[in-house]
Ligand binder design. Structure first.
Ligand SMILES: *[C@@H]1O[C@H](CO)[C@@H](O)[C@H](O)[C@H]1NC(C)=O
Ligand SMILES: *[C@@H]1O[C@H](CO)[C@@H](O)[C@H](O)[C@H]1NC(C)=O
Ligand SMILES: *[C@@H]1O[C@H](CO)[C@@H](O)[C@H](O)[C@H]1NC(C)=O
Ligand SMILES: *[C@@H]1O[C@H](CO)[C@@H](O)[C@H](O)[C@H]1NC(C)=O
Length: 461
């Protein structure tokens, strides 16, 4: 009688499914107000050596939509788009971005697309020689159809480039070689032309030292140059777009030196704030918490949270409008939770590791209610501003995002002049697009004043 867990996936699949969502490659955080950085760093050196073990139960109940018939792509023959004005685009330049994983047979409808300003199609794989490939041949057709619909709805389209197998270091080796880097730029340019997309998203998790950051800068610089030529050749009025995924806790010292350069080169940065907890197969997998706590945090993460990441990056770049808050449409759960000594403590719990393994996993929000969970009855944690279910008898904890927690974050973004949100992933929303609507209905342009105003106390950043 397991309400969550149904189809154990193999380790290989787990590792392939790194998406916007595996923490174990992240670089260590530092404490915001830490006086003992050293002990924090030392702890991390040890803990960052992720031990990849078979986490059974690292499941996603994709069965529903993996087997579902692929719906007909939306027709583009109707008279005019239902949404002619996008609340968050235009002069105020705010963004509601959704990643969409190609090749999953989950549909992306006009209605869901119209809630966005940008879609990032995930993904094209980097090859050893710098060329790009798409996963399955049928993804080409899927992509072409969706780009067409998005264009019609005036939503910008981009594609993500990533390594096919995480840990293969292809970003590093390809960008290190002048010829291969050129091939990569050629390939990106080719894909943009072929599919008439608006830009590229670089999903490098993560450049780990100064040298790798230099290569990333080279790649972006060369892309900018090429995009300029391409825009001229195709008579395009607005520049092609470049975005990057950014760790909420980049290695500060290295990143500090190049932060301005990176921020100048790209159009926006997708800060991976959606993934603080829930990497069951990593060393830190037993720490339980919401995907994106707005405030507060587990001691292990130095108490880090969305507010910390946005404070840090806004203050460092002076450009909150280039930052997007990462949002997860996944539901994370842990079993064998260690009961807190004080029964009133329902946040920042830990799971017991059994034979070195944490039992837990995730499922798409779309499958959550279908599994019998009464979502309106979820508990609310005011400290982190997130919902949860905690079942002490079952020793099970479930953490996720809902309409209310999304609203807390959109209010926050308006208050702090943040550029917008990046959703991982559109595939995971329910058939009513409840979560997409919650993000898409936010009027990010209602913020007062100039987009570039940094609304934080930046002392000590
Ligand atoms: C790059 O490698 C791929 C796969 O190994 C191969 O199919 C392709 O022809 C190569 N392209 C170039 C330009 O070398
Ligand atoms: C248990 O936690 C609650 C809420 O944090 C607190 O108010 C209460 O004093 C604690 N009880 C004990 C016995 O520590
Ligand atoms: C833990 O590992 C031991 C030795 O491999 C095995 O005998 C035991 O059944 C395992 N326990 C659980 C709960 O899987
Ligand atoms: C900003 O933060 C610093 C250090 O935390 C504090 O001393 C200072 O009073 C704060 N300034 C304002 C205007 O709140």
């Amino acid at each position: 009688m397991d309400l969550l867990n149904d189809s154990p996936r193999g380790i290989e699949q787990m590792l392939l499914d790194t998406g916007f969502s595996d923490l174990d490659k992240d670089v260590p955080p530092r404490r915001r107000r830490s006086k003992n950085c050293c002990s924090s760093c030392c702890m991390w050196t040890v803990l960052a050596i992720a031990i990849v073990t078979m986490a059974y139960g690292l499941t996603e109940t994709t069965l529903y939509f993996l087997t579902r018939e692929h719906d007909e792509p939306p027709t583009t023959t109707a008279s005019s788009p239902t949404t002619t004005t996008l609340k968050n685009s235009g002069t105020c330049e705010k963004r509601i971005i959704g990643y969409f994983r190609l090749g999953e047979s989950s549909e992306l409808t006009e209605k869901q697309i119209s809630l966005l300003t940008h879609i990032i199609f995930y993904k094209f794989n980097i090859q050893e020689n710098g060329t790009l490939t798409i996963g399955k041949p049928e993804e080409k057709e899927e992509l072409a159809g969706l780009v067409k619909t998005a264009k019609w709805l005036n939503v910008k389209t981009m594609f993500s480039i990533d390594e096919e197998k995480s840990g293969s270091n292809l970003f590093s080796s390809v960008t290190a070689d002048t010829k291969k880097r050129r091939t990569l730029v050629d390939s990106i340019s080719f894909v943009i032309k072929e599919y008439h997309m608006d830009g590229v998203d670089i999903f490098w998790k993560w450049p780990s030292n100064e040298q790798e950051y230099s290569k990333l800068i080279l790649l972006c610089t060369e892309l900018r140059e090429r995009f300029g030529q391409l825009a001229q050749a195709t008579n395009r009025k607005t520049p092609f777009l470049i975005s990057l995924i950014l760790s909420p806790w980049p290695k500060h010292d290295t990143y500090r030196r190049i932060q301005d350069k990176i921020t100048t080169l790209v159009d926006f940065l997708n800060v991976e704030t959606n993934n603080y907890y829930g990497s069951w197969f990593s060393e830190a997998g037993h720490f339980i918490g919401p995907p994106a706590a707005l405030y507060s945090g587990h001691e292990y993460h130095g108490g880090e949270n969305v507010d910390y990441a946005m404070w840090y990056h806004s203050c460092r770049t002076g450009n909150p409008n280039k930052l997007n808050i990462g949002l997860s449409f996944r539901v994370n759960y842990w079993e064998n939770v260690i009961l807190p000594q004080n029964k009133s403590d329902t946040l920042w719990l830990k799971a017991e590791k059994i034979n070195g393994t944490v039992r837990g996993g995730w499922l798409s929000w779309r499958n959550f209610e279908k599994k019998g969970w009464n979502l309106p009855s979820a508990s609310w944690n005011q400290e982190s501003r997130t919902p949860y279910f905690w079942e002490p008898d079952e020793r099970r904890y479930i953490a996720f995002e809902n309409e209310r927690s999304i609203q807390e974050k959109t209010n926050y973004a308006i208050d702090k002049n943040i550029g917008g949100f990046t959703i991982w992933a559109l595939n995971d929303d329910d058939d009513d697009y409840s979560l997409s609507k919650a993000v898409g209905s936010a009027n990010l342009c209602s913020g007062k004043g100039d987009n570039s105003i940094v609304n934080y106390n930046c002392t000590g950043v």
